[in-house]
Design a binder for this molecule. Structure first.
Ligand code: TMP
Ligand code: ASP
Length: 242
């Protein structure tokens, strides 16, 4: 079932590899321990990151499916491997923000930390060469990156994901500051794809402001492997085995 021989590798990303599956409508996503930041300029191996993120993303994708958001995720088939629907990735990344942070704070010259009155949705054109420039909906449609109805579905699903994740993290005493989602096309339908992990989210511990996400690596705030083990422990209620 799980065949990760090199001839099956169809795509290698910064944090994941994609392999052909037995069924032509499916792929295997393999989570690596690699961490990158600033579009690959900063790189490191983070012990167990792949195992931790694979399980976290599987957990969250299952919850999103149950909440009515169609997803590409099918099931976890190895410690760092998922069977997923083979989608055509829509080259528009959706960032949902609940709190001012990151590139929003930088772009507008504002400090991080102000709560937004409602979620802010931002769109970015998915392009490593261009460093994912921001784009608005009209631009995305006119450039042919996505149909208007696809963007509408993406926005609607992103808000559901935000509500679900905010409730989940809130229950653990963690504020969901922002996160990035990617969507794909599967048999004419828009489905949530890629991952939901602390690599693509900002998670701040309520009260202390401690960062429980990849900013620990981006900003040299500590050991990312220890941070992700802590996230794992909080989400699953037990330490990562081994
Ligand atoms: P930003 O503030 O840098 O635009 O990031 C917003 C959110 O998107 C943050 O939770 C991290 C996530 N993100 C990614 O998943 N991939 C990226 O390449 C970037 C820049 C951000
Ligand atoms: N994912 C991007 C990179 O690998 C940027 C980031 O997450 O900070 O460089």
């Amino acid at each position: 079932m799980l065949d990760l021989t090199p001839d099956r590798l169809v795509y290698e990303g910064k944090a994941k590899q994609v392999y052909r599956a037995d069924n032509a409508d499916e792929i295997v996503i393999h989570y690596k321990d690699d961490a990158t930041a600033f579009n690959g300029v900063k790189k490191a191996q983070i012990a167990d990151k792949g195992v931790i993120n694979c399980k976290l993303s599987a957990f969250f994708m299952e919850r999103m499916g149950a909440a009515g958001v169609p997803t590409a995720f099918l099931r976890q088939i190895g410690p760092r491997d998922q069977l997923c629907r083979k989608v055509e990735i829509i080259p528009v990344e959706l960032v949902v923000r609940n709190v001012v942070a990151g590139s929003l704070a930088k772009r507008l010259g504002q400090p991080e930390g102000a709560k937004l009155a409602r979620p802010l949705l931002e769109h970015f054109y998915k392009s490593d060469e261009l460093n994912d420039p921001q784009i608005n909906e009209e631009g995305a449609v006119l450039m042919g990156y996505a149909k208007a109805w696809e963007l509408a579905a993406m926005r609607e699903y992103s808000l559901i994901v935000n509500e679900q994740l905010q409730a989940f993290w809130g229950g653990l005493g963690v504020d969901l500051v922002d996160f990035k989602l990617e969507f794909g096309r599967f048999h004419g339908q828009v489905v949530l794809a890629d991952e939901i992990t602390p690599d693509g989210s900002r998670l701040w511990e309520r009260g202390t402001g401690r960062k429980l996400d990849k900013d620990v690596f981006r900003r040299d705030l500590g050991d990312l492997s220890d941070t992700y083990r802590e996230v794992y422990r909080r989400v699953f209620g037990e330490s990562l085995p081994g």
